[in-house]
Write a new protein. Sequence first.
Length: 143
Amino acid sequence: MEARITGTSTAFNIVSWIALIGGIVVYLLGLWNAQMQLNEKGYYFSILILGLFAAVSLQKTVRDRLESIPTTNMYHAMCLVAFVISVALLVIGLWNATLLLSEKGFYGLAYFLSLFGAVAVQKNVRDNDNKVEDISYINEASE
């Protein structure tokens, strides 16, 4: 009988951080080097920030509900709407952009990699902060 610690593996933690940081850095490097006006770069940067915040907030509210932590329907709906709006704004922006198809794909992939990384990192941080040791073997031995 051995103690089990619930949480995420070190490998998944590392990959999640790589996805988050890699996605954000690549997206921002693409913007930095893009032949766009500054207001267009600001648009795509704002969409990234909105998307990251909305994805993490939505993931947290969904997880709170699964763990019976009180979450208002209004906040959950606002997180969902903000997430959908951020993705829709990216799609609309890229659809109407005068970029090569490969550049549009680049921004889309970097954006969604960043969102995935943000959700995974937030999940890992929460799981690792709430590690629970299974000490049932101690209780059984003491009985």
